[in-house]
Design a protein around this ligand. Structure first.
Ligand code: ADP
Length: 232
């Protein structure tokens, strides 16, 4: 199954990139003025193509993690530095909606043995969800805490929250909460399952606390002394 998904995803990437490229050219007006009605349609095509691109990227990530074909470079990582980069990149999603990102870096945070790209993937998924499922004018706070079982990195949002009945399903492949509030938010339902698989490799875990209507806190717990699992 993994191989099938991986081959199909690879085969979809090139034609999709071509479609996106031509749409950008059309929208840039290089080949002529586009009537207002047509512009909206082309913009919709571009957005949908971008969603497909995300789906393919997530599918490839999952199959790579499952097939254990990734070479990981484990080193001691400065998590706040990784988070600072992630936040910088994601500000483009937060700013237009007036969402404030607070990164609490006041304390000393011990380095975590991990592959930098894995860390980036985990934190990007968490922070981008905290923005995506937030309300306009809301807040995202990233905090650190050292406990006996490792470094706790929590990403708290003031968003729509998750009904208790759905919380157990989070992290299952393709699972998305479907209700009136999420219907306009696009996604693949693969982000959290990628995080869960990666956290297993680091012998860590992902903890979810959420109150519907008030917000959610996702905490990734990274052991500080252990070695990543053999698969790494
Ligand atoms: P995606 O966001 O692409 O749908 P994820 O695997 O990242 O996929 O998340 C799965 C589901 O969990 C989402 O569809 C959403 O319903 C819910 N979810 C994830 N993060 C949050 C959050 N911070 N606040 C509210 N709901 C969330």
């Amino acid at each position: 199954k993994s191989r099938f998904v991986s081959v199909v995803s690879h085969e979809l990437k090139a034609p999709l990139a071509a479609i996106e490229g031509y749409l950008e050219v059309l929208l840039a007006g290089t080949v002529g003025e586009i009537p207002e009605k047509g512009r909206g349609m082309l913009e919709r095509c571009r957005d949908r193509a971008a969603s497909l691109q995300t789906l393919i990227k997530d599918l490839l990530n999952i199959t790579r993690i499952e097939a254990q074909t990734v070479t990981r470079q484990i080193g001691l990582q400065d998590v706040p530095a990784v988070v600072a980069n992630v936040v910088e990149l994601l500000r483009a999603n937060a700013d237009p909606r007036g969402i404030r990102i607070v990164h609490e870096t006041g304390q000393t945070v011990p380095p975590v043995p991990a592959d930098k790209e894995d860390l980036e993937r985990i934190l990007t998924n968490l922070v981008s969800n905290a923005i995506k499922y937030n309300r306009d004018g809301g807040q995202v706070a990233i905090r650190y805490r050292v406990e006996a079982d490792g470094l706790h990195v929590s990403v708290a949002d003031t968003g729509i929250g998750i009904d208790p009945e759905f919380q157990d399903h989070l992290g299952k492949e393709f699972f998305r909460v479907r209700n009136a509030e999420t219907s306009r938010i696009s996604g693949t339902g693969l982000g959290l399952s990628i995080i869960k698989k990666l956290m297993e490799i680091y012998r860590g875990r992902l903890v979810v606390e959420s109150t519907p209507g008030q917000g959610s806190t996702f905490t990734a717990v990274f052991p500080l002394n252990g070695r990543p699992a053999e698969t790494a």
